[in-house]
Ligand binder design. Structure first.
Ligand code: SF4
Length: 460
């Protein structure tokens, strides 16, 4: 590599897919740093590239090829290590991609930094080394280090794996059976993340409602996390509807720190399709849950995943989904187009839906989602909200999220990054609520009124 001993080796990362992958990349980056490597921005010259892949949709292979090619153009000698779900499920295909030097399956994923650090040479080998096993441990686990994030919000991995075996999903094969992080280890990382200045943590895993370490479940874990000084918000990421403990709703309603936010995958609004998907609820049960949640947690932000084009999905079955998602108080939908994943049960279901029909269905739900977001955001107009600011957008507004997951933009000359401020919401544009910082404590009352008026008219 032509490097002298005392220049740290550079390592860059490319992450595809879900929040859990992001959490794991952040931990890998931290480990590499501890081992004397220097994490650099993806796209900069690097000595080692780590690609953390996903196998949830088709295109994982193409993504991987593209990323590897792109990095090798700039850093032709870079040592390329690939891990993640696609390294587990598509290891054979990856071995045939030019430029890849190391493939680590799920079982070895978190040992990647140590393994790379222990290599005697970073010369690119003639053929990639493969560390892979079908078996993935399902003991409770700990993780080393503390996620390395440049963002305001940090992810906290608390769980891995899933054995619900939804018929379309490859994750149980890619990540193995469910297992939970040891609670003291989760609290350790959360405390360090808070010490590093992260004021909001997002709890992350594959099926986090299944969290269980001895007698600690998701609810008791939340209680423990709430006690961490410096941490202002704890957000639960996607959680399966059948795994949400009932007391969680009241807890969320009354907590100062747990965000009033639930992302609860629906997938389909038709009972026959839900059954074929091997989902664990009926439409009626799902609706009952959402109604209960919306009623018990004031202004709760409820988002969902919906899948269109599951094999055999008829016009009528899709119409059932469309009318259900329109009727329920969702703040937004994540719409997924079904894609066949070899190895899953759904590949054997006949009558695939034509790609152009899938596209139409997906677009029709995307429109509903846009409307729902505006309706949800509008509830907050005229109200005071707390915003944790993250970044400045291209129009120069400082943007951040409320605990209800409303993205708010305000004009300000101050550097608001990582600041939690009171904001009066004045209006809603495309995907953004507009507001003004509530400076009333710092300003005379008369002034404050003028401010409010002028900003309201600005927003309109
Ligand atoms: S709950 Fe279903 S969709 Fe979610 S990871 Fe498990 S098998 Fe996949």
């Amino acid at each position: 590599m032509g490097m002298t001993q005392n220049i740290p080796r550079r390592v860059s990362f490319y992450t595809v897919g879900c929040r859990l992958n992001q959490a794991e990349t952040a931990l890998l980056a931290d480990r590499f740093r501890q081992l004397g490597f220097e994490p650099v921005k993806f796209g900069d010259m690097t000595d080692v590239l780590v690609v953390n892949t996903c196998s949830v949709t088709e295109g994982a292979e193409a993504d991987c090829r593209r990323v590897v090619r792109r990095v090798l153009r700039k850093s032709p000698d870079a040592f390329v290590a690939v891990t993640g779900c696609y390294a587990q499920t598509g290891a054979d295909t990856l071995q045939a991609i030019d430029g890849i030097d190391l493939i680590l399956g799920t079982q070895y994923k978190m040992q990647l930094p140590e393994y790379v650090a222990s290599l005697p040479t970073y010369d690119k080998p003639a053929k990639p080394e493969l560390l892979h096993t079908k078996k993935i441990d399902h003991e409770n686990f700990t993780l080393e280090g503390t996620g390395d994030y440049s963002t305001t919000r940090a992810n906290l991995k608390i769980q891995d794996g899933c054995q619900f075996m939804c018929s379309f999903c490859l994750i149980p094969f890619a990540r193995g059976r469910e297992r939970s992080r040891q609670v003291d280890d989760a609290i350790r990382e959360a405390t360090e993340l808070a010490d590093r200045g992260h004021r909001e943590l997002v709890l992350t895993g594959v099926n986090i409602g299944q969290y269980q370490d001895a007698d600690v479940d998701i609810l008791t874990l939340l209680e423990r996390l709430e006690a961490i000084p410096g941490l202002d918000r704890i957000r639960i990421s996607s959680i399966e509807p059948t795994t949400i403990p009932d007391p969680l709703l009241d807890y969320m309603a009354n907590s100062d720190k747990v965000c009033r936010f639930l992302h609860v995958p629906l997938q389909s609004g038709d009972d026959r399709i839900l059954k074929a998907m091997n989902r664990r609820y009926t439409v009626r049960e799902y609706v009952a849950f959402i109604e209960k949640a919306a009623c018990r947690v004031p202004d709760l932000c409820i988002g969902t995943d919906v899948m269109v084009g599951f094999p055999g999905e008829t016009e009528q079955e899709f119409a059932n989904t469309r009318s259900l998602v329109s009727d329920l108080p969702f703040a937004y939908l994540h719409v997924f187009s079904y894609s066949s994943r070899p190895g899953t049960a759904a590949v054997r279901i006949p009558n695939p839906v034509a790609p152009e029909v899938i596209k139409e269905r997906s677009q029709s739900l995307a429109k509903i989602s846009q409307r729902q977001r505006v309706v949800f955001y509008q509830k907050f107009v005229g109200r005071m909200v707390s915003v944790l600011f993250e970044t400045q957008n291209s129009a120069g507004l400082w943007t951040g999220l409320t605990d209800h997951y409303v993205k708010v933009g305000v004009p300000s000359r101050e550097d608001l990054k990582n600041e939690m401020r009171s904001v009066i919401v004045t209006g809603v544009t495309d995907g953004l609520a507009l507001g003004s910082l509530n400076e009333s404590f710092a300003q005379p009352v008369a002034h404050h009124h003028t401010d409010l008026l002028s900003l309201t008219s600005q927003a309109i």
